[in-house]
Each structure stands twice: as C-alpha cells, then as structure tokens.
Design a protein around this ligand. Structure first.
Ligand code: ADP
Ligand code: MG
Length: 348
C-alpha cells in the first residue's frame, strides 16, 4: 500500500538530483536486484565521488524494493547517520531520455563513495588483517576486536533507530577511508520494526551464509506470536521481549569468526562451519571440540584476554541472551558482563 501511495500523490522522500548532474565511471558489483557503479555527482560545479545503484526494474518486485531502500536510507541517514555510508538522494531518469552521463532510464540511488574496500576485500587477502589494521589505524593485535566493535556499535545505532539490517556480511561493510572505520552499506534488506515496513522477509533476498536460523530470531515455541510479529508492526514491548535485533548479532558473530579464523573466509569453509555448527546444535564449544580442520593456533586471538573473544563469539551465536551496548560492547544478560577486550578504551 505504501508503494502504491508513492506511485500516486506522495512524493518520494529525500533529495532529488537531475540526470545531467551525474556520470557513471565503472561498475562496482551487482547484487540481488541492483547494479552498482562508482561515478561523480556535480553540484554547482563541484564534483564528488559517489556510488550509484540502479534499481533493476525487470526483477520481480524490483521497483518496490527500490522504494523500500529509499525509505530505509532516508530514515537511517537521519537517525543512524554514524552507522551507515551517507545516503545523498536519488535520480529518476525518465524512459527514453538518454542521460548524458551514461545513466540508463530508471531509479538511481546515490551515496557518498567511502572507498574501494569492503571487509570482504580484506578477508580475501592473505595479509588482510594487517592491511585492515593499517587502514583502521590500530595495532594488528587489536584489529579483530576493534573491527567487531565497530560492526556492533553500528548495529546498536541502527537498532536504536528502529531498523534491523538483515544482510550484515563482509561485502556490506565498507571501510570509510576518511573516517578510518567500518560502516554499514546496503539497506535493501532492512526492516523498520516500528512501522512494520518491509518486515516480511523475502526469503530469497536473505543471504543464507550470514542469516541466522529462524528459531534464533523468533521463539519457535509460540508460533501464534511469531505469526503476529511477522504480520504487523512490532511494538517496543515485543521488541524488548523478542529482540529481533538478534538477527543482526548472529550475522555479526559469523563475521567475527570469519575475521578470526582464516579457514572460514571461503564460501566452502563457511558452509562447512555452518553445517557442522548446526549438527552441534549451535553449541560453539561442542563444534570446536570436534573440529579438526581449523588449526588450534587460529583460535588464539579469540582465546586471548582470558577467552573474552571466544565468549563474545559464543554469545553472538547463541539465542537471545546478549545485548549490544551503544558503544559496541557486548553485555550478557545471564551471568557476567564480558567486555572485550578489557584493554580497549571507549575511544577505540
Ligand atoms: P547490492 O544490493 O548489489 O549488494 P550494495 O549496496 O551492497 O549493493 O553495493 C554493492 C557494492 O558496492 C558493495 O559491496 C561495495 O563494494 C560497493 N559500495 C556500495 N556502497 C558503497 C559506498 N558508499 N562506498 C564505497 N563502496 C560502496
Ligand atoms: Mg550488498
């Protein structure tokens, strides 16, 4: 209904740019429904590097999803600005109009270009953690907890604004060159739990490698509740009780393991972990006890500081018993309040 409203009288929110203010330079990647390019935005003679994403109108539901992505970005840019790459606005290129800058007809969304590296590009390199440490400006020994904390504090900010991301993974975490920190990108799978907008997860858009098993997000023992949660806007009370933000903290847990354990950085390695973890009934210690293919020394960064990192991984990948504090620290609801690592000051 919302999308219908948009097509009717309601104006699309956010800033609108003219096609002749933009030109495309090169492709950045192609995801589930959009095509993404690096380009330049010209405002009153000043050019600025931008990321341009075209909504694939031929994909079923592509247009609706594009309008959702606009809404999520407008909301996040206002209420969670620190956590996400800055959304600039949109450009509607009319059909039949050949735009001078190389934009094909359709709806284009624009963000500030934050740099050429996502977390995935580091994890794909042998010296990835060293490069990441140097780009984030932290000692290599601290890069795993610092990166995780940045991810978690971004999520805490996003969640406080009422959004869950639902597609947290290395490809959707960009290292912002100027700020020297990780930011979330790709709000195309976001749900706004206050309004219920886009809360129906379209299964095919969720990444099975990073999305949690369903029973971790909503209680399996009360199907009527799960149904009502999925069917309508979620009240603050239900949010507090069922913590749908656990969706993202599970994904963050998987990201943590990928950061710490090089064997999990390939699709094959990650799939193997996920199926073994499921077979171990999501008991991380049981998985580790049986695991023969990850070198014991690879666990060292997680075992440092009295195993604080391992405890965080265990907590993130366990259902509904942790809270992420606004500064990105993990607090356990039951038992102690592990802060990891103890040495990190709030400034880091
Ligand atoms: P998709 O829906 O295709 O996954 P994304 O929004 O994730 O689209 O963008 C695809 C890729 O483009 C990202 O993985 C990243 O490499 C790059 N990218 C997206 N936004 C930015 C940005 N603001 N700054 C730099 N690179 C970006
Ligand atoms: Mg993406």
């Amino acid at each position: 209904a919302l999308v219908v409203a948009f097509r009717g009288a309601v104006r699309r929110p956010g800033r609108s740019f003219a096609p002749d203010q933009l030109h495309v330079e090169r492709a950045l990647g192609s995801g589930s429904y959009g095509e993404v390019f690096k380009g330049q935005l010209d405002v009153h003679g000043t050019a600025q590097p931008v990321v341009l994403k075209r909504v694939k109108s031929r994909v079923q539901d592509g247009e609706e999803m594009g309008e959702m992505e606009v809404l999520m970005n407008v909301h996040a840019a206002k209420s969670a600005a620190r956590a996400v790459a800055p959304y600039l606005g949109f450009c509607d290129v009319p059909a039949g109009a050949a735009a001078p800058g190389g934009l094909s007809p359709g709806l284009w969304l624009l963000w500030r270009y934050e740099g050429c590296k996502t977390l995935a590009s580091y994890l794909g390199r042998r010296d990835g953690l060293r490069a990441l440490a140097s780009d984030l400006g932290v000692p290599e020994a601290l890069v795993v907890p610092v990166a995780l904390r940045q991810v978690l504090s971004n999520l805490a900010v996003l969640h406080a604004s009422g959004l869950i991301h639902r597609d947290v993974k290395p490809l959707n975490l960009v290292v912002a060159e100027n700020d020297r920190r990780l930011k979330l990108i790709d709000l195309g799978s976001c749900a706004d739990l206050r309004s219920g907008v886009n809360f129906h997860p379209q299964e095919y858009i969720l990444d099975p490698m990073y999305a949690p098993p369903e029973q971790y997000v909503l209680p399996t023992d009360s199907p009527h509740l799960a149904r009502s949660l999925l069917g309508q806007a979620m009240s603050p009370l239900l949010w507090a009780r069922h913590q749908p933000d656990r969706f993202d903290s599970w994904s963050a847990g998987v990201v943590l393991l990928c950061l710490a354990l090089p064997h999990l950085r390939t699709d094959a390695g990650l799939s193997r972990f996920l199926s073994e973890f499921e077979a171990a009934q999501y008991d991380l210690d049981a998985w580790r006890a049986r695991c023969k293919w990850v070198a014991p020394r690879d666990f060292a960064p997680l075992d440092a500081d009295g195993g604080a990192g391992w405890e965080v991984a265990r907590g993130l990948l366990r259902p509904r018993n942790i809270r992420v504090a606004p500064d990105g620290h993990v607090a356990f609801l039951a038992g102690g309040g592990a802060r990891w690592p103890a040495r990190l000051s709030a400034a880091e």
